[in-house]
Design a protein around this ligand. Sequence first.
Ligand SMILES: Cc1ncc(C[n+]2csc(CCOP(=O)(O)OP(=O)(O)O)c2C)c(N)n1
Ligand code: SF4
Ligand SMILES: [Mg+2]
Length: 275
Amino acid sequence: MKLDIFKSTKDPIWCVGCGDFSVYNALLRALAIRELDQKNVALVSGIGCSGQIAAYVSVNGFHTIHGRVLPTAQAIKYANPKLTVIGAGGDGDGLGIGGGHISHTAKRNPDITYIIMDNSIYGLTKGQASPTTPCEQKTSTTPYGNFEDNLNPIAMYLAYDVSFVAQGWTLEPQGLAELIAQAIEHPGFAIVHVRDPCPTYNKVMTKEYLKERVVKGTYDPTNKLQAFELSQDSEKIHIGVLYKTFKPTAEQRLDKIREKAGKKELTEIFNEFKV
Ligand SMILES: Cc1ncc(C[n+]2csc(CCOP(=O)(O)OP(=O)(O)O)c2C)c(N)n1
Ligand code: SF4
Ligand SMILES: [Mg+2]
């Protein structure tokens, strides 16, 4: 299947060298790998440079408000479970303002994919420190160095028992496409965390920085302890599917509740609450 059919008529306006181009390319390839029908895909994006991605992909799109990719994506999935629902947004969007949604989405396990485009900076708003900016890094809001430690997102996803956890990087779009395609195929909440350089505002996490640290291993994704160990490695960035488990999806859980509740007229339900 040709990936061009998934390109919208708008050309991306990211800065030259921005990693978001690779995520965009990888997403197009992943949609082609899965041979998805455009009208059956919904792409929800957050606010930030990364959030522009929904405008560039020719599927149903929703550019939602800051930090609300997961609630919006879930609402779409619950309303129409036949759709393939994909969320995409930045580290600020998903781990800062929207960070609280990851744990609750993991508890429900909806069959959706979430791509976090982590450049460890707020790109759109001109380079403020984000939840993944390392301690001591200078940014526009931390001119003497960041006094906070950075979050460890992979360890967080594992602790929440997100049912598919993969880490990718932007220097190999084909490998990233395969990770996204696997995440789409996974029946449950799947996160693809992408290390995605912002050459304009983050002068630390550069392409060279990533090349020195990235390790591509073949891991046993059923071994959660091993995945935790990999997440604690402060020297290397481990790329691949780190963890995968199968449990009932939110849609299956909701079907069971509907079965138990049975079909009732609204007036019948209201009457149950009459005193
Ligand atoms: C409620 C709200 N607060 C703040 C903003 C301003 N704002 C827009 S984008 C952004 C940060 C984006 O950072 P990130 O999610 O990492 O995306 P990037 O631009 O790096 O891709 C902020 C704080 C906003 N749009 N809405
Ligand atoms: S500011 Fe950074 S994240 Fe935004 S488009 Fe430019 S390089 Fe990409
Ligand atoms: Mg960012």
